[in-house]
Design a protein. Structure first.
Length: 206
C-alpha cells in the first residue's frame, strides 16, 4: 500500500487521542463507525466471562481496528493505516469501566484511594490488511481521598466518560502520588509505542 499523503484513519471518538496525535504531528481523518449492512458498526465493550484485563483491552482495540478497516473497504475509501485504541483501568485483576452515575464514580474512586492500580492501553494499527498491536501498562498510585474530595470531584462532569472514573490530565491530577510508565498511555494513547506502530505502517512522524 502506497501512502502518498502520510495520513491515517483514527477509529476513535476520543478527543484525548486526537490531541495526542496532533502533539506528534500525525495527520488523521476520523473514521466513524457506520452500519455496513453486515455488522452493527459498534464494538461491544462488555468483558467476556473470566476475561483478564490484558486480554480484554487487547481484544477491544483489535476489534475496533478491524471494524474500522472493514468500514474503510466497504465505503471504498482511499486505503491508509487505521489506528484504534482502548484503555482500561484495573485493580486486583478487576476491570473498572466508565461510571454511569455519581454512586458508581464514588465507589470506583474509593477503590483507588490510597492504592496502586494499573492503566492498560492497547493500540492496534492495520495497514495493508496487516495488524500490529501493543499493550502498554502503567501504574498509578493515588493518595488517600476523603469523602468530601470524592463527592466534590464526582459532582464534576470529568469522571463519567473515563475508564476508572478519572482523567490524569484533569482535576484528578491532584490525587496522583506516583506514576510509573507512560503519561500519554494513561491519557489513552502511549506515544512512544504508537510512533513505533506508525513507523511500521509507513507513517513518518519527524
Amino acid at each position: 500500500m502506497a501512502i502518498a499523503d502520510q495520513k491515517i484513519y483514527l477509529a476513535s471518538n476520543s478527543p484525548r487521542r486526537r490531541e495526542l496525535l496532533r502533539q506528534i504531528g500525525v495527520e488523521f481523518e476520523l473514521l466513524m463507525s457506520r452500519d455496513n449492512g453486515l455488522r452493527s458498526g459498534i464494538v461491544s465493550e462488555v468483558p467476556h466471562a473470566g476475561e483478564a484485563p490484558f486480554d480484554y483491552v487487547a481484544r477491544i482495540a483489535r476489534e475496533k481496528a478491524e471494524m474500522g478497516w472493514t468500514n474503510l473497504i466497504w465505503r471504498k475509501l482511499p486505503q491508509r493505516p487505521v489506528l484504534a485504541a482502548d484503555t482500561t483501568v484495573t485493580i486486583n485483576g478487576v476491570i473498572l469501566g466508565k461510571p454511569a452515575n455519581m454512586q458508581e464514580a464514588v465507589a470506583t474512586l474509593r477503590l483507588l484511594s490510597g492504592n496502586t492500580h494499573q492503566v492498560l492501553t492497547s493500540v492496534a494499527v492495520i495497514a495493508n490488511e496487516k495488524l500490529n498491536q501493543i499493550v502498554q501498562v502503567s501504574e498509578v498510585r493515588f493518595g488517600e481521598l476523603t469523602d468530601a474530595m470524592l463527592r466534590a470531584y464526582c459532582a464534576l462532569p470529568e469522571p463519567y466518560d473515563k475508564a476508572g472514573g478519572y482523567a490524569v490530565q484533569g482535576y484528578a491530577a491532584q490525587f496522583i502520588e506516583h506514576i510509573s510508565g507512560s503519561y500519554s498511555g494513561i491519557m489513552g494513547l502511549p506515544l512512544f509505542e504508537t510512533t513505533q506502530l506508525l513507523h511500521q505502517a509507513g507513517i513518518k512522524t519527524l
